[in-house]
Design a binder for this molecule. Structure first.
Ligand code: NDP
Length: 247
């Protein structure tokens, strides 16, 4: 599963699942660009990787901004010539019932979770096409597969990521670029911290056959596999990692 001499961009790498993915890819030998909104968070993750003997660089980018992502992509291609692996993981929730959801709740979730994937693909795909090797992994959600109440915006964005994954997989297959999605269930991170106790936790647990939240490392393991040469015949797929919740 060596990713030696590969370069990777992981968005939302400042915390949670993205941090675990960045550390996993670095442990496999990739040079990892850790992207997050705040320089402090992605900087700390990149420093941690370097302290452990890996190769990393931090870049603070607001992934919901087309112009910031275009600028960042240009900088990275100038610096590395090509980015071999793109993991679109940055995401937010703005949960509320449909009738209370504001236009801003809708647009900010769509921009951050879905449009960002398009911006990064557009920014980084050209050198991948030229070298005829690439890996793209989009972190969707079970919410995009089954829909969850209070998440009309988030479910739409995460379902959109699956459509984007399948279309891009078909478009890029002839260039030896695979595009896959991973759909996590409930994973223990800041995003789900408020759901890990009390009635909410009990209700969620009753729907998870394995009776526990997953860990960020569970998602990172799948992403690490999909980015390697062993996964070269897998494209356009959605991998659900949810303790058996969606069957
Ligand atoms: P966290 O809230 O723990 O971390 C989110 C990361 O995304 C942070 O590093 C944050 O940056 C970054 N981010 C958010 N908005 C932006 C932005 N506009 N520009 C750049 N970076 C941004 O989330 P998780 O680790 O839990 O989730 C990661 C992904 O997995 C998300 O896409 C989420 O939807 C998905 N997911 C999570 C599940 C879960 O149970 N946790 C379940 C299903 C899917 P910073 O650190 O600088 O604030």
């Amino acid at each position: 599963m060596s990713l030696e001499n590969r370069t990777a961009v992981v968005t939302g790498a400042g915390r949670g699942i993205g941090k675990a993915i960045a550390e996993k890819l670095a442990s496999q030998g990739a040079t990892v660009v850790c992207v997050s909104r705040t320089a402090e968070n992605c900087g700390a993750v990149a420093e941690g990787i370097k302290a452990a003997g890996g190769k990393a660089r931090a870049l603070a980018v607001d992934v919901s901004s087309a112009s910031e992502v275009a600028e960042a992509s240009k900088t990275l291609i100038e610096e590395f010539k090509t980015i071999d692996i793109l993991v679109n993981n940055a995401g937010i929730t703005r949960d509320t019932l449909l009738m209370r959801m504001s236009e801003d709740d809708w647009h900010s979730v769509l921009q951050t979770n879905l449009s960002s994937c398009f911006y990064w693909l557009k920014g980084l795909v050209q050198p991948m096409v030229r070298q005829r090797w690439g890996r793209v992994v989009n972190i969707s959600s079970v919410s995009g597969l089954i829909g969850l109440p209070g998440q009309v915006n988030y479910s739409a964005a995460k379902a959109g990521m699956i459509g984007l994954t399948k279309a891009a997989a078909k478009e890029l297959a002839s260039r030896n670029i695979t595009v896959n999605a991973v759909a996590p269930g409930f994973i223990r991170t800041d995003m789900t911290a408020s759901l890990s106790e009390g009635d909410a936790a009990r209700e969620i647990m009753s729907r998870i056959p394995l009776k526990r939240f997953g860990e960020a490392a569970d998602i990172a393991a799948m992403v690490g596999f999909l980015c390697g040469d062993e996964a070269s015949y897998i494209t356009g797929k959605v991998f659900t990692i949810d303790g058996g919740m969606v069957m």
